[in-house]
Design a binder for this molecule. Structure first.
Ligand code: NAD
Length: 561
């Protein structure tokens, strides 16, 4: 049994011995407390005269920040403003974010982070995370040695090839690993000093960026095939050699790389892909809650997908694994409940040309159907899930056709951003006379219809990945399994209250994210211990053990070393 690494969280009252002095401290965002340094600390650490005389507490600092934050009306300006706080004072940044999580998540992550990525070379202020690029091939280990922290729990890495719904943004994609790790810290309490965002720059095929004089990536076209996997292998080897228990999260890779990368490493390396597994898990959680609402079982449903990319296949895989687990069916039998459509219509075995590998398990042995409406007429689905990135595909005709055969149709319009959703919440409720069970990828406001208020759920991956990541890290898991995501989905579905179900909502309130992440992390770690996948000794009280390892943004007292 491995010794748990010298972790973790000192209590907020434990003094920290500081070797730096004066401006060195104020210029280190991990140490800086700004005006909150006590007078004793100022004396002991050479800070006297370097700060205004008033000693603020953190609440007052937050108040000052919020006053300034609210002066900004443009979301991108808000993003730049918040990022600048992280550059000055990490603890305060997380306190501000956690105190205002619902308001600031759309700034630090989707949708604003998408604009930030598009503008990355133009708004760049300060280094954060690491850039690995093709020209460093053969010496990636040396480059990783430049990172100062010897303890890293989690790396989020992207090659910037498929950033949200925005396509190839090359090195500008760095905003995504940064943003995702911010959510890990705020949502689940991973320690900010032990997270590392990485951009693997293997070129870009985005001509606009290649011609932009302020673009910050390497200016060449992308590499593919063996050349790509050679550098990916080199990264994995170097990262796991330097940080043996690190969790690697693959993020926003195009499908041709996302599935192969996951399959290449998932059995030997602690890693997962949130676009595939996290999306699958959060969608399954929504469906399980919908089944609670309808008092039915998933094994009795007919499920049509609009879209057959990483999100759709990730969701379908998770659903089928879930059905197989609960209803003593094989996964192959469960797949018979799924009909998948892509841009060419129903995915069938008879389709001309080569089917993408990830679609093959879902190809149906039946007549082609080029239009979604034809599929809906034929299948009479009880659940329809949109993950096509193509807006307005759930037309009035499609939804009404579905409602003809299903009293409470489950309609998930998951494409992001809001403008890409397959239908709006209002359309889904209106076209079904308020009977739809609706969830979306991007948030929709509540809908008032015939005197009732419907609160649409948001299938936000943030419900799942922070908790799964935390759970895997705290027990020293050897790998992340689909079963862990399945457990996470069940845990999330159980956290939806009866009142929320009554209001038509199938996800809990995102404001409870810390409780949710704690519950998911404990469930994931428990599973890892049960299955012999955890390397650290099992504690008596897993929940308390996890709770004790969650970071909170509090200032510790400092003493001079
Ligand atoms: P992708 O590019 O891998 O897949 C898109 C799929 O949609 C492809 O199979 C394509 O053939 C198909 N498609 C395109 N136009 C279509 C049309 N008109 N009709 C039917 N199918 C069509 O993309 P992805 O990573 O799978 O993401 C798809 C969407 O899902 C994106 O908008 C993304 O934002 C969203 N998403 C949502 C969540 C969430 O809600 N939690 C998570 C991940 C992805």
């Amino acid at each position: 049994m491995l010794q748990e690494r010298k972790f973790y969280l000192p209590k907020s009252t434990d003094p920290l011995e500081v070797t730096k002095r004066g401006l060195e401290i104020l210029n280190d965002p991990r140490l800086n407390k700004g005006t909150a340094f006590t007078f004793e600390e100022r004396k002991a650490l050479g800070l006297s005269g370097l700060l205004p005389p008033f000693r603020a507490n953190m609440e007052e600092q937050v108040q000052r920040i919020m006053e300034n934050y609210r002066h900004h009306t443009n979301p991108l300006d808000k993003y730049i403003f918040l990022t600048a706080i992280a550059d000055r004072n990490v603890t305060l940044f997380y306190r501000v974010l956690m105190d205002n999580l619902l308001e600031m998540t759309p700034i630090m992550y989707t949708p604003t982070v998408g604009h930030a990525c598009q503008q990355f070379g133009h708004i760049y202020r300060k280094n954060r995370g690491m850039y690995l690029n093709l020209n460093q091939k053969g010496r990636i280990a040396q480059v990783l040695d430049n990172w100062p922290a010897d303890e890293i729990d989690i790396i989020v890495i992207s090659d910037g090839s498929r950033i949200l719904g925005l396509g190839d943004l090359g090195a500008n994609g760095m905003g995504i690993p940064i943003g995702k790790l911010v959510l890990y810290v705020a949502g689940a309490g991973l320690h900010p000093d032990r997270t590392l965002p990485i951009l693997l720059d293997v070129g870009t095929d985005n001509d606009e960026l290649l011609n932009d004089p302020l673009y910050l990536g390497i200016t060449r076209r992308r590499i593919h095939g063996d050349e790509f996997y050679e550098i990916a292998d080199e990264f994995v080897k170097a990262a796991t050699a330097r940080w043996p228990n690190v969790l690697i999260q693959w993020e926003d890779f195009t499908n041709d790389k996302a599935f192969p990368l996951l399959n290449r490493y998932r059995d030997d390396v602690l890693c997962f892909n949130d676009d595939i597994q996290g999306t699958g898990s959060v969608a399954l959680a929504g469906l399980l809650a919908a089944m609670r609402m309808r008092e039915e079982h998933l094994s009795d449903q007919r499920i049509v997908f609009c879209g057959a990319g990483s999100a759709a296949v990730g969701i379908a895989d998770m659903i089928c694994a879930g059905i197989a687990d609960e209803h003593s069916m094989t996964v192959e039998e469960a797949r018979k409940l799924v009909w998948m459509c892509d841009s060419k219509g129903l995915v069938t075995t008879t389709r001309k040309g080569k089917l993408d590998k990830h679609k093959i398990p879902y190809a149906r042995d039946e007549k082609p159907a080029p239009e979604l409406l034809d599929v809906v007429k034929r299948v009479k689905p009880t659940i329809i899930i949109g993950a096509s990135g193509h807006p307005h595909t759930f037309t009035e005709e499609v939804v009404k056709q579905m409602h003809k055969h299903c009293k409470q149709p489950v309609i998930f319009a998951l494409s992001n951003p809001t403008s890409k959703a397959e239908c709006t919440a209002e359309e889904a409720y209106t076209w079904t006379g308020g009977n739809a069970i609706f969830a979306s990828g991007s948030p929709f406001p509540a809908v008032r219809l015939e005197g009732r208020i419907f609160v649409p759920g948001q299938g936000n991956n943030m419900f799942i990945f922070p908790g799964v990541g935390l759970g895997a890290v705290v027990c020293g898991a050897r790998k992340v399994t689909d079963e862990m995501f399945f457990t996470a989905a069940k845990t999330l579905a159980h956290m939806v209250t009866e009142e929320e179900l009554e209001a038509g909502t199938i996800y809990p309130d995102l404001a409870k994210i810390r409780q949710i992440s704690l519950a998911i992390a404990a469930a994931v770690a428990r599973l890892a211990w049960e299955q012999g996948l955890a390397q650290y000794a099992e504690p008596k009280d897993i929940r308390q053990y996890v709770r004790d390892r969650m970071y909170h943004p509090d200032y510790r007292p400092y003493v001079a070393a």
